[in-house]
Design a protein around this ligand. Sequence first.
Ligand SMILES: Cc1ncc(COP(=O)(O)O)c(C=O)c1O
Length: 440
Amino acid sequence: MNPTLTQFGAQMSKLTGVRAIMKDINETLRAGKSREFINLSAGNPVILPEVEQLWRNCTAELLSSAEYGEVVCRYGSSQGYRPLIEAVLNDFNPRYGLTLTDRNILITPGSQALYFLAANALGGYTQAGELKEIVLPLSPDYTGYGGVTLIPEALRAYRPTLELGPDPHRFKYRPDFSQLEITEKTGFVLFSRPCNPTGNVLTDDEVNRISALAAPYNAPIFIDSAYAPPFPALNYADMTPIFGANRVHCMSLSKAGLPGERIGIAIGDANVIQVLESFQTNLCIHSSRYGQAIAAIAIASGALADVSLTVIRPHYQGKFTTLETTLDEAMPKTVPWRLHRAEGAIFAWLWLQDLPMTDWQFYQELKQCGVIVVPGSPFFPGLREDWLHTQQCFRISLTATKEEIAAALRRLAKLVDDVYRQSEVSDRPPQNQVETGCQV
Ligand SMILES: Cc1ncc(COP(=O)(O)O)c(C=O)c1O
C-alpha cells in the first residue's frame, strides 16, 4: 500500500539527522561481517554491571511489593506515577534549596518525547498565525532536535563563537550574544547542558543571560539535562543545574542505565507543565509505570545519585582521558586539529580545521581503516547559514573499550596525516603524490 501522506506524515516519516547516518552505519556493519570494525558511533550507553544490578534490585523490590498490581495492571495519571514525583521532590528540594510542588513536575516517556511536546505546543504557528521559533542558541547541539517539530521552519539555530586554546589542540564553543536573536518571535529556547555532541557545558552566567533575554517575551528556556547532575552526573567540569523563573529543567534516565524504559522528567513553571501534560494525555496517556516505579525506588533510596558519581561518571571520564592522551600522542603536530574541551556527556568532538574533504568523505575513508565515527554535519539542526566548520567535525563515542578507543584513534591519526599530506602535494607533479586512506 502506498497511502497519501499528509504534510505532517511526510515530515515525520523522514529519518532526520544522525538517524539517517545510522542507517549507513548499520548497513556497513552488516555487510562487513567478515571484517572487524571498531565502532565509535554508538549513542547507546554501556551496560555497567553495578548499574544493571541496581535496576535488577529495584525490579526485585517492586515484584515482591503489594504495589506491583497497581503499577502494571492499571492506568495512572498523565502527570506521572505519584511515588516517582514524590521521590524527585524529596531529592531536589533539599539538594538544590528549592520549594517545588508536584505541580512543577511532569514525567514523560523519555525526554525526546518531552521535546516533541514542547516543540509543538510552543513552537510553530500561533492561533493568530504568527510563527513562534524554537531557538537553539548554540549550534552544534543534539541532532534529535531536528526531528521534533511538525513545522520545520520554526527551528532556528545560531552559530557560536569559538574559543581557541590555551592548548593549541583544544577549543570550546560559546554562545555568540552579538548574533543571538531572542525576540517576540521566540516560542522557546532549547539547549543541552552538558551538550551532545560536544560535551560543552554552558556557564551559569551564559544560562542566566539567555533566560534574561527570553523573560520579557514569556518564552521558556528548556535546559536539556540528559547528562547533568544529580543523575547521570556525566559532567566533568563543575556545574550546578539552574532552576526557577522561565527555566524548565529536563531530565532523562537513559544515561543512568534506563534507556529501554523511557523516562523523562520536566521540572518547571506549573502553567508550562500543565500545557505539556494535556498534550501528553492526548498523545499517549502516560509513560510506562513499570519504569517509573523502579526509578522511584532508585531515586528515593539515593542509590541512583550514588551510582552516578561512583560508577557512571568515572567510567566515561576514564575513556575520555584515553582518547585525549592517544590523540595528543598520535596526531600529526602540524595539522590544525582541535578537540572540544571535555566538560561532560559520553562523546568527544573533534574539529579538523581546513580538512581537505567533507566530513562525509572522511567518514567513508575512515571506514576503509575499519573505524566508524559519526560525521558532524547532522549536529547543526536549524542552522541556516553556510559554515564550512559544519563539515570539519566528528563525534566520537566513549562507549567502546579503552583499548578499542586507543587503537581506533591511532588509525584515525594516520588517516589525518595522509589526507593533509595528500592535499599539500596535490599541486605538485604526480610522482610526488602520497596515497591516502588505509584500503585494508
Ligand atoms: C542531549 C540529549 N537529549 C535527549 C536525548 C533523548 O533521550 P531520551 O532517551 O530521554 O529520550 C538524548 C539521547 O541521546 C540526548 O543525548
